[in-house]
Design a protein around this ligand. Sequence first.
Ligand code: UDX
Length: 440
Amino acid sequence: MHVTVVGTGYVGLVSGACFSEFGHNVICVDKDEKKIAGLKQGEMPIYEPGLQKLVESNSEAGRLSFTTDLAEAVKDADAVFIAVGTPSRRGDGHADLSFVYAAAEEIAGAITGYTVVVTKSTVPVGTGAEVEKIIREARPDAQFDVVSNPEFLREGAAIEDFMRPDRVVIGTESEDAREVMRELYRPLYLLETPIVFTRRQTSELIKYAANTFLATKITFINEIADLCEVLDADVQDVARGIGLDGRIGRKFLHAGPGYGGSCFPKDTLALVRTAQDAGSPLRIVETVVDINAKRKQAMAQKIIDACGGSVSGKTIAVLGLTFKPNTDDMRDSPSLDIVPALIAAGAKVRAYDPKGMDEAKHMLDGVDWCKGAYETMPDADALAIVTEWNEFRALDLDKVKDLMKAPVMVDLRNIYNPDDMAEAGFDYICIGKSKVSAAG
Ligand code: UDX
């Protein structure tokens, strides 16, 4: 099959590369000439494990190519995926659909023969209908269907999520379009991946419902963590104790500094707005959005409290800046609230992140950037772990203690064991467990 993917962000690039790995002929289109020139040379615009290899091998095999010429790429396509960004509209949290509609107009001008136009970007309910209207008005003669096929991939595990998804959701009432989509996903069909066929607006809602449910689950365990700290209970044991109940499930019960990233903050807010506009508000999700925003601020206070209530003139070593490990993505990362709050409180911040620093340097001012984890530590009054990169999980604690002015660790991701930390001579503050102090 001939597949065209419009937009080479996370979703577009990963989907394009994976469809070519399935054996389809894929052309990825983007307006950004620099990005396309780079991709032609095998340079990835994002860091995603395994992506470079997949792009290289499929490009060499002639199944994957890159262009800025949308019309040429769409002309012979069986399916055209719209995978452009849908950022939060400034000020009100609605999803900004201008890129989606602009893509639809351009696609309309280029379609020849029967074409399935697929929205893969996360789009509010009703967007598919609007895309259909745009194409129909521009090209009354065109033969096409507009299908919703949301993507559920996680950054850092995107290829695995695409190749072995829990399910594929396809929203269309057209039998012709279903046939094309079945053919596209045939390799997954053979692996017995469940394929959920539904109406287009239901498919659009499924994506938002999935993301807001997961964000709610995280927020629930984060609030339980706060309660554990007051009641001297252990949130990790609570998560295990409830997660082993198959109805609840163990995943997405890691308490932390609040969810971030390119999807949860944007999608929770967009669904809240959609529901309000529809006169059917989602009060749980409204509360989740509010709690999560306040939580990121509260994390800075946790670090300040660990330093005896003031960080004025003190040095804080910060490990991890990205919203989660294995990505260079800084979007809505808790560090963007925590670090400025520490600096505003008078702290000197020395920070390191394995992949996120290039991006972070544009987003955070007044930080002392370090080349490695241990370089953040000399004379630090406290060490804060903000993102759980693997390389922070087994620090040489004797070395850490020797380097720091005071052995105080604030672990916002619970990657160390409190008893071990006390044994190693640290004051250790984490999430959802009582503080421990240096043994002896
Ligand atoms: C998410 C969804 O998982 C994915 O299906 C969707 O398509 C896009 O949004 P992503 O944003 O890449 O993916 O990351 P994810 O691994 O879901 O983590 C999101 C945020 O939640 C991160 O800030 C992470 O640290 C936080 N999180 C996740 C927790 O705090 N606790 C958890 O148990 C899980």
